[in-house]
Design a binder for this molecule. Structure first.
Ligand code: BG6
Length: 296
């Protein structure tokens, strides 16, 4: 999987899409638009970077991340599918984030943006019913992610999915997260007990691992240190996950720096737990997240 295929080379667009070897020798796409730059690894169709010219990076990527076959990248946007969280005898968060995706299309749009389409099918998961995943990543002054799951089997197919976005923040002590007030969540740090969020502005001062269900709200991360608000808009998503590992869990993770918890927060858009999706044969589900920033 370390080799760059001739068919992938044909997808390059001068000045817009360049293919090369990234960390660990894995194939990586470098994207340039009129507003931004970005990076995507074919391993997991994993977006590892997005940065507007006038701003610090939008996405957090761990200095300690592994970049190797069979292992997920820590940071950016892992694609979680077809289950969220641990599963006995199987990889946590499913197989999509460690699959070798194929690059099917690259487009440089007349307005100065770039769009990429990746695909992975049943070959990545022979034990799983027949399905197809397409992933369209569009870079402009924002980052748009569309994950399209199609059930090619003859039976209903149930799955969870999530775009596990890691955001780069100035300091965990100076951010707050808006858009969660009044929502029900499962608290993974407290035996999955169901609770209701009481804060309009959630501040993070300890490990946080909350799965909010039945919500289609846009989330705002206000970052006073970097003087910007990150907006997480979504569709085809009824769950939002808020995660920061804090001190002890950061130390316990081999692919995450001990102090990196201060500079990241995950606000993830998907369909998990109560919001698991059941798809009829020949039907598709589209999960979309649109990530942008506003200065203040
Ligand atoms: C979050 C989960 O989405 O992902 C956390 O809610 C989990 O419980 C985190 O620890 C990271 O998972 P992983 O498998 O990438 O270490």
């Amino acid at each position: 999987m370390d080799d760059i295929k001739v068919s992938d080379r044909r997808m390059e667009i001068p000045g817009r899409v360049a293919l090369g070897k990234g960390k660990g020798g894995l194939p990586k796409l470098d994207i340039t638009t009129d507003w931004s730059t970005g990076q995507v690894y074919l391993h997991g169709a994993h977006v590892t970077g997005f940065q507007k010219y006038s701003e610090p990076p939008l996405l957090f990527l761990s200095e300690a991340s592994r970049f190797e076959a069979g292992q997920p990248i820590r940071g950016g946007v892992p694609i979680i599918f077809p289950w969220f969280g641990p599963r006995e005898g199987k990889p946590a968060h499913g197989f999509a984030r460690t699959s070798a995706w194929e690059l099917h299309e690259t487009t440089a749009t007349p307005d100065g943006g770039v769009s990429l389409r990746f695909h992975v099918g049943k070959d990545a998961a022979p034990d799983w019913p027949s399905h197809s995943l397409n992933y369209i990543v569009t870079f402009t002054d924002r980052l748009r992610l569309d994950l399209i799951m199609t059930n090619l089997s003859e039976k209903d197919l149930a799955f969870e999915n999530c775009l596990h976005t890691y955001f780069h923040i100035g300091d965990i002590a100076t951010i707050n997260v808006r858009g969660l007030k009044g929502l029900e969540y499962l608290d993974k740090t407290d035996h999955y007990v169901r609770k209701r969020e009481s804060d309009g502005e959630v501040r993070i001062t300890a490990e946080v691992d909350r799965t909010f269900v039945n919500t289609r709200e846009t989330i705002e991360i206000q970052d006073t240190k970097l003087k910007r608000t990150i907006l997480v808009e979504k569709s085809g998503s009824a769950s939002t996950v808020l995660w920061n590992p804090w001190i002890d869990k950061a130390r316990a993770m081999p692919d995450f720096g001990d102090h990196e918890y201060k500079h990241m927060v995950c606000v993830e858009s998907g369909n998990v737990a109560d919001n698991r999706v059941t798809l009829k044969p020949d039907r598709s589900q589209i999960l979309t997240a649109i990530l942008s920033t506003l200065p203040f």
